[in-house]
Design a binder for this molecule. Sequence first.
Ligand SMILES: C[S@@+](CC[C@H](N)C(=O)[O-])C[C@H]1O[C@@H](n2cnc3c(N)ncnc32)[C@H](O)[C@@H]1O
Length: 294
Amino acid sequence: MSLPTLRRSLARNRNFARCISSSSSSDPQHSKTTSFGFQTIPENAKESMVKSVFDSVASKYDLMNDAMSMGVHRLWKDQFVGDLKPGRRGPMKCIDVAGGTGDIALRILDFAREKYADRETSVEVVDINEQMLKEGYRRFKKTMYHNTPQISFHEANAQSLPKEKFRDNSYDLYTIAFGIRNVTSIPAVLDEAYRVLKPGATFACLEFNKVDHPLLGTLYDQYSFHIIPLLGTILTGDRASYQYLVESIRKFPAQPNFAQMIRDAGFVTGKDIDGGAWTNLWGGVACVHTGVKI
Ligand SMILES: C[S@@+](CC[C@H](N)C(=O)[O-])C[C@H]1O[C@@H](n2cnc3c(N)ncnc32)[C@H](O)[C@@H]1O
């Protein structure tokens, strides 16, 4: 599908959502709502709207990530994976959910190999979006992991991973980076993460979060709401998708609230402080949350 077609599809979805949400109070079928950026939409519309966004950005996703973050997302991802030390205690079976183009998976495999000479750690990349997975597959074709049991790509919804494929108590590490804010039900994703992890295994989430410094917060707001949609327009011709990405960050629960959601799913976390249940990166612009399955 061409970009203009995708943009039209996104716009149609937005109009559709506006129509439905305005009638939601009188129609009990549509009474459950959720956020899509700053819009309130019916829950059952979010998945296709998010899909439209990532269909639209898939081919330029890696380029835009670098442009929007001025390359900083690479440092955050390096730290995220480096702190998890995949391979330190021997080969791990990992699942990277909302894994998109495979940025985290590649780092996990490289880290295990480079630090621990581990060529058995494996990552299953799971994403709801076929286009993002295709980009990831294409990218892994150029690596030594292509056609090995170390990497595989799966199209599935993080909220309901097919049980026959993603079995209970079967993974040593569950990662999700910049993905969980896009889902319709965060608790459903956390429940699934808990289900598929082995007892004692780690859930780790990298996500944009709440900035804890007023001046940094103001600068960050200016950058997010003015520069990022403009970059989206210039580099991909798609302002709407990048406006959504910025808005969705602001709707994501603050650090203590998300930590509580992780505990509600059954995980044990550290204390509700920076350096405990979560670690802020760049004052909370991004943040790593971890939990251990007991
Ligand atoms: C911002 S991208 C992050 C990709 C990658 N993890 C990274 O850090 O570069 C968010 C990804 O979440 C995926 N996603 C959104 N909702 C999902 C869901 N319900 N289940 C699985 N993946 C989902 C999107 O398709 C997209 O690839």
